[in-house]
Design a protein around this ligand. Sequence first.
Ligand code: CS2
Length: 496
Amino acid sequence: MKSALKLKQANLDSLSRQMDTPSYDRSQVNVGIVHVGVGGFHRSHEAYYTDKLMETGSLTWGICGVGLREADRKMRDVLKEQDYLYSLLVKHPDGKVENRVIGSLVDFMLSVDNPQAVIDRMADPETKIVSLTITEGGYNFHPVTGEFRIDNPDVQHDLAHPNEPRLIFGYLTAALQKRRRAGLPPFTVQSCDNVPHNGDMAKRMLLAFAKAQDLALAEWIEENVCFPNAMVDRITPVTTPEDIALLESDFGVIDGWPVTCEPFCQWVIEDLFCDGRPEWEKVGAQFVADVTPYEKMKISLLNAGHSVLGLLGSIHGHETIDAAVRDPLFATYLRHFMDLEATPVLDEVEGIDLDVYKDSLIERFSNPSIKDSLARICLESSAKLPKFLLPTLRENLATGGSIAYVTLVIAAWCYYSDKGVNCHGVALDIVDEMKTELHEAAQGTAEDVLSFLGIDAIFGDLIAEEAFTSLYAQMITDLYENPHIAVLMQKLLNQK
Ligand code: CS2
């Protein structure tokens, strides 16, 4: 067999014989987008749509990636070595794998090496959009009050050192200040995170930071910068060594950090851009006037559904989403949660039949080629649950709707944070910025059954909701007596 080729611009011609590669001239691509947070999801979603658009001949919207953390160095190094090219492996349920080299990313900067260079890039007149996948936690909001956390030491650092910021809001403010002074129009700030009203959230947080720095600038931002809301969707598991090996053996390409994802892809965006935008609608994205019903549907069903399977499944001993959803108990539980608790809080979504949407989610979850680990799903639950699950709980409490399915998930989260093992005693690797706080509060359960709910920054006033706490107390007692979560799940299903 011929030896495999390294993924690089110079090898693209040869590689095009064995895989789909960019047919456009990458040397002609201008950078129109600076994207902060180049992980798997950005690469399977925005960069994928943009690459597709480039295939139609539009080369003005190239992407310059930015990493704000030292931890991004590895991605930068790998991509730089490959001229910012990477493979996107689309895995179908029948085992078929499509592979495409994505060419839309054309540069990558690490802010920790040179903060001013990143500010300058954002302030460059060529940059029309700064897009973000900074995760739910990156918005620096208080989960209960929704306020910007001005007391965060990194925020305080950024206010004191405007040209050497650490967080995104410091960068956006410094770059917008520079544009304003130069008489340039601002760029659009486009959030691509799973946060309800992600554009509004980015705007609120940025304004809070900018106000603390320069009131006149904050006013200018408020009047001139656009922050479109968007619903983003594509399941993108963590890349594994097997993916890298498969590329080498089946496609003859050596790629240091490919991305794998499911075939499904959706992007619904508010058409609200202050300095132009790519015609992503030509390649499958939807532009709408109001994205609210779409994002609420997606977050309350897909992301919340993931968290339901993630926490219950981890305690049960499942390892991946597809394994969990192939277990009839978990599939039924998930569907009941969706039908009885999530659906009642949703508005009508034009052109979407919710039953069909829910069926399609379960089908997507069961794709056996996507081994989406529960460890990925449970990562940073303290930032996810307040966005994915707790709003549904609150709405159902207000209307007297069902809350049992979600309550068991919270009880499971307490057990998970307290014991750090599954019901067979096998250790679980918990990764969460609030890990210590979660653990300490959960540990108090033996003394005070509601101890976990005392984490104000997550649960706020839910601890005062009697209908919720009495159910939770009962479930916690049962779970601590017998951690076989399946028994409790079955009990709930029997009660229906
Ligand atoms: C997941 C999401 O992080 C999570 O918990 O629910 O990453 C999910 O896979 C994506 O939002 C799918 O679009």
